[in-house]
Ligand binder design. Structure first.
Ligand SMILES: [Zn+2]
Ligand SMILES: [Zn+2]
Length: 237
């Protein structure tokens, strides 16, 4: 089966990514994606998807270059309670929200603190996806995170970029396997994201697909296979 959407993509608006929305869309089309979400980093420096950037999403049409485009953001989790750095009024304008832990915005805490940060974000009513929970920088207790994500219908991301050999880390793969095994056990859904920062990585899922095969992960639990299964998102495609 084919992965039909990529909801974790960055454009030049992130400040440290290199491609435009159009370049990303062209790549999405070439890869045969049906849905692409843009999720530039929220406003805490060094990222630059400032509130005004999010507010101007009104210029978007639902389809561009034949691809259904979703308006998203990668919000930063800013404390161990799981609060995020996008204002309520701006969240309301978005189709979806990825919440992620980044070292620029929150110093890695104890395993329990990191776990509570993710659990708080999962309980946040605007959050749809937890970005790269397996990156290894923030150790978390997946036995707590996975059932809660299932309960709140928030998708945990299998992030292709963290699984690459050139990411220079073995740990993200081990953590991803731990997460996937628990997702199987609890029937919790995951979403594959490229986390692209340059156009040619849009829809690039090869490492994630390899791992899904390796652990015999059930296709029914992978949101990207059916575009109707967007996590908690109530929009018409
Ligand atoms: Zn980034
Ligand atoms: Zn991120």
């Amino acid at each position: 089966m084919k992965l039909l959407m990529d909801l974790h993509t960055h454009t030049v608006a992130s400040g440290h990514a290199y491609s435009t929305l159009k370049e990303n869309l062209e790549q999405a089309r070439e890869r045969g994606l049906q849905v692409m979400g843009i999720s530039d980093h929220a406003c805490v420096p060094p990222a630059t998807a400032i509130p005004y950037y999010l507010r101007n999403f009104k210029v978007f049409t639902p389809y561009m270059l034949g691809i259904r485009v979703l308006k998203g953001v990668e919000a930063n989790i800013v404390d161990y309670q799981g609060n995020i750095d996008v204002e309520e009024q701006d969240l309301a304008r978005l189709d979806y929200v990825i919440a992620s832990l980044h070292q620029q915005n929150l110093v890695p805490g104890s395993r329990n603190q990191n776990t509570q940060a993710l659990c708080g974000a999962i309980r946040h009513p605007a959050v749809n996806i937890i970005g790269h929970p397996n990156d290894g920088v923030y150790p978390v207790d997946f036995t707590e995170v996975v059932p809660l994500a299932k309960q709140y219908r928030v998708a945990l991301e299998l992030n292709n970029a963290t699984l690459r050999a050139n990411a220079g880390r073995e740990r993200p793969k081990a953590l991803a396997i731990e997460m996937l095994e628990l997702c199987k056990q609890h029937q919790a859904s995951i979403i594959v994201g490229s986390d692209s920062h340059i156009y040619y990585d849009v829809g690039e899922f090869s490492e994630a697909e390899k791992l899904l095969r390796e652990v015999h992960f059930p296709e029914a639990l992978v949101i990207n296979y059916q575009i109707e299964r967007l996590p908690r998102i109530r929009i018409t495609l």
